[in-house]
Design a protein around this ligand. Structure first.
Ligand code: GDP
Ligand code: GDP
Length: 439
């Protein structure tokens, strides 16, 4: 499920956002609902020749002061790109020529050993073609001249990009393990949990962010099952890194969700669900991830027999789309109920792979239809001919019906509930696709 991530870096005004918008244009039109966190389009899905990837415009992170020696911002931007992406597009301005900031960015990128393509922008005209040779000095030999504004050279650039994706992005060695990401606002206890699980003696030694993925991901075993906790470096390094720009953590979070199978949203029991939590979990839902909500710091809450039940209701009220997501209550500080979190991980991981046989599914569908007949419109009634599960991780059902317009959201919700009631699917989203067949 995990998609390659491609980042665009470079100093201000070289054309990063112009390029970003060109590369995603086709996809934006069909991305219906923006989970809010991506409102500035820092982070978008893109596609070339049926290869899907996620494009990050780290430039959207920079405030406007880029004068003088390399600013903190561009350094952070570059490090973020190294940490979160598989291929980096290093953009320079072919009209202005080589700039000292370009050289500094180049030296940070070199140390990362990441796949970097040097993209010389603003080559609008053949007469600028020779300008690109100056840039060989930066030491990158994969150079693509483009004009973002005029859409020149973008196809060749995209060919170069997708060439660098692994053929079997999903079946690399780590794919045997379910990947887990811990998400949530600052101070809810994510780092504490990671440190607790990994033990202080296993401190990460590299301090260059994300030199390789392995150095930021960690395997945790629990009851004979192993999970790969991803992007743990950011959490473990935390004391040294001041996360001053909130959007950095948003990009990081979305990238972690994309790469993972199971997303654990951590909430501070004394604070409850925030707006940001809703958006982030909504994103995980849309991306088809397995999900768990972990309410941490349960030690701080005064409890009677109903407290937990009330807390569950209040979360479900706020996160109405996520009724099916299991909620666990933990205290990392007191080492309480962490086993419940792992039980939930095992449960949702199994549900994530669950496949329902077509026979049983159609039994359920027929019964559901009898119990609550489908809607009709202008004398035509929705007919459900049959259904079959076409995908796992996440579950996707194809339902064959007589007329697509007759399938309303409320009836889909009803079918979903019937399927959930009969098969569980706790913690995992379910998707539907409809096909029509005449009489
Ligand atoms: P960013 O700061 O790196 O995101 O750069 P922008 O995308 O905002 O572009 C900076 C300026 O360069 C804008 O005025 C763009 O119109 C211009 N620009 C971008 N691409 C091209 C190009 O291919 N050719 C020319 N001539 N100008 C471009
Ligand atoms: P992060 O920003 O989400 O990584 O949060 P941290 O792990 O840095 O935790 C923030 C603060 O909450 C620290 O002071 C922790 O000691 C504290 N904390 C973490 N877990 C618990 C818990 O279960 N109970 C209590 N009372 N405090 C906790």
């Amino acid at each position: 499920m995990s998609k390659p991530v491609v980042a665009i870096v470079g100093r201000a005004n070289v054309g990063k956002s112009t390029l970003f918008n060109k590369l995603i244009r086709k996809r934006v039109a069909i991305t219906q609902d923006d989970p809010g966190v991506t409102r500035d389009r820092l982070y978008q899905e893109a596609e070339w020749n049926n290869k899907y990837f996620t494009l990050v415009d780290t430039g959207g992170l920079e405030p406007n002061n880029e004068d003088g020696p390399i600013s903190q911002n561009i350094r952070k931007q570059t490090e973020l790109a190294i940490e979160t992406s598989d291929v980096i597009l290093f953009l320079v301005d072919g009209r202005q020529g080589l700039n000292p900031i370009d050289q500094e960015v180049a030296s940070i990128l070199k140390r990362s050993h990441k796949d970097v393509i040097l993209v010389v922008n603003k080559i609008d005209d053949i007469k600028y073609k020779n300008e690109i040779y100056d840039f060989y000095e930066l030491g990158f030999y994969d150079i693509c001249p483009i004009s973002a504004e005029n859409s020149l050279g973008l196809g060749d650039l995209l060919d170069e990009v997708v060439k660098r994706f692994p053929d079997d992005y999903d079946t690399d060695e780590e794919s045997e393990l379910s990947k887990v990401c811990l998400i949530g606002k600052p101070n809810v206890g994510k780092s504490s949990l990671i440190n607790h699980l990994l033990g202080e003696d296993r401190m990460i030694v590299t301090d260059i962010a994300g030199t390789t993925r392995d150095s930021i991901d960690n395997v945790v075993s629990y009851k004979d099952k192993e999970y790969l906790f991803i992007d743990t470096a950011g959490l473990r390094r935390k004391s040294k890194v001041v996360e001053d720009v909130e959007r950095y953590s948003v990009v990081r979070t979305l990238s972690a969700i994309d790469r993972s199978d199971i997303c654990v949203l951590m909430i501070d029991a004394t604070e409850g669900v925030s707006e940001q939590d809703t958006k982030i979990l909504g994103y995980a839902h849309d991306q088809g991830k397995a999900m768990i909500i972990a309410v941490n710091k349960w030690d701080l809450v005064e409890k009677d027999t109903n407290t937990m039940q009330k807390y569950v209701s209040s979360i479900k009220n706020k996160l109405s789309f996520a009724q099916y997501v299991p909620i666990v209550f933990i205290s990392v500080k007191d080492n309480k109920r962490i086993d419940k979190l792992f039980d939930a991980m095992e449960l949702v991981d199994n549900n994530y792979s669950m496949r329902i046989s077509t026979g049983v599914l159609n039994d359920i569908i027929s019964r559901a239809v009898l119990l609550n007949p489908p809607p009709s419109d202008k004398g035509v009634r929705l007919k459900i001919l049959y259904g079959t599960q076409i995908e796992v991780r996440p579950a996707k059902f194809m339902i064959v019906i007589n007329k697509k317009e007759l399938m309303h959201f409320s009836y889909q919700r009803y079918l979903e509930n019937q399927i959930r009631e009969n098969f569980g699917f706790e913690g995992v989203p379910i998707f539907f696709e409809y096909k029509t067949r005449g009489k």
